[in-house]
Design a protein around this ligand. Structure first.
Ligand code: TTP
Ligand code: MG
Length: 457
């Protein structure tokens, strides 16, 4: 156990909407919702002004419109978010070389290399300095948690959100966690929560009071031990600095060997949801889908195939996982299952296409061309080497004007699409360094209007 508060977790506030409000001054202080604006779209994030109306991530956009009809509904501009993210990560890199970027707006920093002796007052000053610096160079607000472990730092960064800091003094970890619902601990999903509830454990303190043996009895050896340690506020996990988004995977070790395909598929579904959630959050699509299966005797295989087109569609990934799993013998018992994706590229044309198909009421084709291409090396878990392709997808693939999109007009300069339809497009001409700007409407094929670039940081 570390004894000093050297682990810091940073998470930007309402990230996509915050970038939108920075780039679009007329939206500052107003409800902004970023997501798929089509009929089947979901909310990626909502500004804090919109959250007051009960709008949040993953809510169907239709429901969001009911709750907050006056919000600005924008499609994501991943290129702009990635640029902002790079600037923020650059600020962190000045603080310590030991950084694990977890997603586009989230990272851990281990201060050990540069500030090994920090105490609570010193780290408080340091963290406030980081928050101020990020605000100064990007205009964004960040929430930070600091503590002796990743677990505590991560929980801390959520406690005073938005624009807040929580430093958890060493020694007070267990007390901090005691009253929180068990679900707040890492690795506790709906099923684990349910099992703990059945045994009368609802808050972390109740898990901490049980013996390790009891928790192992409920959740199995590996999982039970980890959960019990976490409940006590203990977490020795190191940062994984190289973990940038070349591949994303999730795996579960079961408390008993599973032989029932339906049950296995249920676990696979939950893991696929997490994996797809993670890549969509980063605006990425995957070409390769993989499962990892460890049998009762610890023999481990991985199976994968590569799609013709990258996807971020959960049904497609699930269909792929199902077909891979169907080809694996499970009757002797499976002790561990993993689901992963690789071959990640920036948000791609297939998604725009499926949005369009959804608009016209046609379901995208969900039948997959399955090819079991290879057994990936299993020694290091999922050791893929796919390249993160950082092509700006937003600018080239424009089937139509999309709300929020950057445009440039030959005479009036840079602006963004406020609305489009019926052969017309409405543009607001403003940028990060202007005040709220004027609105003009054009024919959607106006030759003077072109796709623009996001403003530079
Ligand atoms: P989060 O950090 O989870 O959310 P947030 O930054 O919008 O808000 P908070 O202040 O609570 O941190 O995710 C970062 C970005 O990732 C978010 O702005 C949009 C995107 N995202 C999705 O696209 N889908 C999702 O389901 C979630 C949770 C996030
Ligand atoms: Mg965030």
């Amino acid at each position: 156990m570390r004894t000093r508060p050297v682990i810091l977790h940073l998470d930007l506030d309402a990230f996509f909407s915050a970038v939108e409000q920075l780039h679009k001054p007329s939206l500052r202080g107003k409800p902004v919702i970023v997501g798929g604006t089509g009929r089947r779209g979901v909310v990626a994030t909502a500004s804090y002004e919109a959250r007051k109306f009960g709008v949040g991530s993953a809510m169907p956009i239709v429901e969001a419109r009911r709750r907050c009809p006056n919000a600005a509904y924008l499609t994501p501009r991943f290129q702009a978010y990635r640029a902002a993210s790079r600037v923020v990560m650059g600020v962190l890199a000045e603080v310590s070389p030991l950084i694990e970027q977890v997603s586009v707006d989230e990272a851990y920093v281990d201060l050990t290399p540069t500030h090994p002796g920090v105490d609570v007052p010193a780290v408080t000053e340091l963290a406030e300095g980081i928050r101020a610096r990020i605000h100064q160079v990007t205009g964004l607000t960040a929430s930070i948690g600091v503590g002796t472990s990743k677990l505590i730092a991560k929980i801390g960064s959520d406690l005073n959100k938005p624009d807040g800091l929580t430093v958890v003094p060493p020694g007070s970890e267990r007390e901090l966690l005691a009253g929180m619902p068990v679900r707040r601990l890492p690795g506790i999903g709906p099923a684990t929560q349910e099992r703990l509830h059945k045994f009368g454990m609802h808050v972390v303190g109740e898990v901490a009071q049980a013996t390790e043996q009891e928790i192992v009895g409920i959740l199995g050896q590996a999982h039970g031990r980890a959960v019990h340690q976490h409940a006590l506020g203990r977490d020795n996990r190191e940062l994984e600095p190289e973990r940038d988004a070349k591949s994303v995977s999730a795996e579960e070790t079961f408390s008993r060997d599973l032989t029932d395909r339906r049950e296995l598929m249920e676990h696979a579904r939950r893991m696929a949801e997490r994996v797809v959630g993670r890549i969509t959050k980063d605006g990425l699509c995957a070409r390769t889908i993989t499962i990892k299966v460890r049998s009762y005797d610890f023999s481990t295989i991985t199976r994968s195939f590569t799609l013709d087109q990258p996807t971020d569609s959960l049904p497609k990934v699930l269909a792929g996982v199902r077909q891979l799993l169907d080809a694996v013998e499970v009757s002797d018992g499976i002790r561990l299952l993993g689901v992963g994706v690789a071959g990640l590229t920036a948000f791609a044309q297939t998604d725009l296409l499926s949005d369009l198909l959804a608009e016209i009421g046609d379901e995208p084709d969900e039948v997959l061309p399955v090819k079991v291409t290879e057994d990936l090396p299993s020694s290091k878990g999922f050791g893929w080497t796919a390249e993160l392709n950082d092509e700006p997808a937003d600018t080239e693939l424009t089937p139509d004007w999309r709300p929020g999109q950057d445009v440039v007009h030959a005479e009036r300069g840079a602006g963004w699409v406020q609305g489009a339809g019926l052969g017309r497009v409405t543009v607001r001409f403003e940028g990060p360094h202007t005040g709220p700007g004027p609105i003009r409407t054009f024919r959607s094929d106006d030759p003077e209007l072109e796709v623009g670039e996001p403003p530079v940081w």
